[in-house]
Write a protein that binds this ligand. Structure first.
Ligand code: 5AD
Ligand code: SF4
Length: 348
């Protein structure tokens, strides 16, 4: 059963009318399968109209799993002594990035834990070496750093920055990221925007204690900050963390957040997250049909990849190029050849 009011709200959102926080919450908290279907189909339609059938690929290189932070949810947290730690050498990182280009990936994401060994200068050197002889777009994802670092990296040629806000609930944020504040993270996101980066952010769905109200607040934050890319993934339990006994997030709830975000933000880049693929065999595929238009293949050399265990099972779901092409073409979509920068609808 689809309630009349549900139809109405989805339709007005699709037509671009502003939703109140209560409307977002209403769309989000449905328990009806059929209402969910309406939501997902509408998101798929808006995706097609606003960003088309092209799927953008971003190769991700996880170059260090050292982390100075102690997030309760994450396997890379500093108190996880069971994890084998690694740092790739500059030469290895540059090689991996250049391989991405030769595999036709227009963007490489350089991601790590918050690892102070990678100083401002070392990251500059990385960016310069990669840009020296490839035209690949570089996304950095190395956490909260100083304004001066962000500025120097932009000047060295970095194009984009990925920093998930994780949760818009300041209480939950404080509880899950000891010693850190949501306000500081939002400040970093404003700096990145100011410096001219394309900015990616995102959240986790199903964190212990997280309510639908909190998720509605995440969506409002996406709107307010006008992020170019938004990663929405389920929280996955990691046994070597303090949240070992919690429950993982649910795929459908994650897809509802994704679909509403697509309908409201129209032309953003929304990845089908790896976590969705780990949670459910069809997770990524279903995300692609509920608003997503980006996939981020892991191109970290396998010997390192298996130690980048943010949550279990992550290294196992890597889609090879063939499987990825299959999945995308079976959905009637195609892989984009460009760097996949956000093209705002109003510039089309
Ligand atoms: N489950 C899902 N996502 C997680 N991340 C960290 N730990 C987990 C987890 N247990 C995500 C965070 C972070 C990104 C690098 O990985 O959103 O920003
Ligand atoms: Fe470190 Fe990021 Fe994991 Fe937190 S989520 S422990 S900052 S890698």
């Amino acid at each position: 059963m689809v309630r009349e009011e549900y139809w109405e709200k989805v339709r007005s959102a699709k037509e671009g009318q502003k939703l109140s926080p209560e409307d977002i919450l209403f769309l989000l908290s449905t328990a009806e399968r059929e209402e969910e279907e309406v939501l997902f189909e509408t998101a798929d339609r808006v995706r097609k109209d606003c960003v088309g059938d092209e799927v953008h690929l971003r190769g991700i290189v996880e170059f260090s799993n050292f982390c100075a932070q102690n997030c309760l949810y994450c396997g890379l947290r500093r108190d996880n002594h069971a994890l084998v730690r690694y740092r790739m050498s500059l030469a290895e990182i540059v090689t991996a990035a250049k391989n991405a280009r030769s595999q036709g990936l227009g963007t490489v994401v350089l991601q790590s834990g918050e690892d102070p060994w990678f100083t401002r200068e070392r990251i500059i050197e990385l960016i310069r070496s990669i840009k020296e002889d490839t035209d690949v777009a570089i996304t950095l994802s190395v956490g909260e750093r100083s304004y001066a670092d962000y500025l120097a990296w932009k000047e060295a040629g970095a194009d984009r920055y990925l920093l998930k806000h994780e949760t818009a609930s300041s209480t939950l944020f404080r509880a899950l990221r000891p010693g850190r504040e949501l306000g500081e993270r939002l400040q970093a996101l404003r700096w990145l925007r100011e410096l001219g980066y394309e900015v990616g952010s995102g959240n986790m769905v199903g964190l212990p204690g997280q309510t639908d109200e909190d998720l509605a607040r995440d969506i409002q934050l996406f709107i307010q900050y006008e992020f170019d890319m938004i990663g929405i993934g389920p929280f996955m339990v990691h046994p070597q963390t303090p949240l070992a006994r919690a429950a993982s997030g649910q795929l459908n709830r994650t897809l509802r957040v994704l679909a509403i975000t697509r309908i409201i933000t129209r032309d953003t880049n929304l990845p089908a997250t790896t976590a969705a693929g780990v949670l459910d065999q069809n997770g990524r595929r279903r995300a692609m049909s509920a608003g997503a238009n980006v996939v981020m293949p892991d191109i970290t050399p396998p010997n390192y990849r298996r130690h980048y265990e943010i949550y279990p099972g992550k290294a196992r779901v890597t889609l090879d190029r063939h499987a990825l092409t299959e999945m995308i073409s079976s959905l009637g979509r195609r892989i984009s050849q460009g760097a996949g920068a956000r093209i705002r609808s109003r510039d089309r």
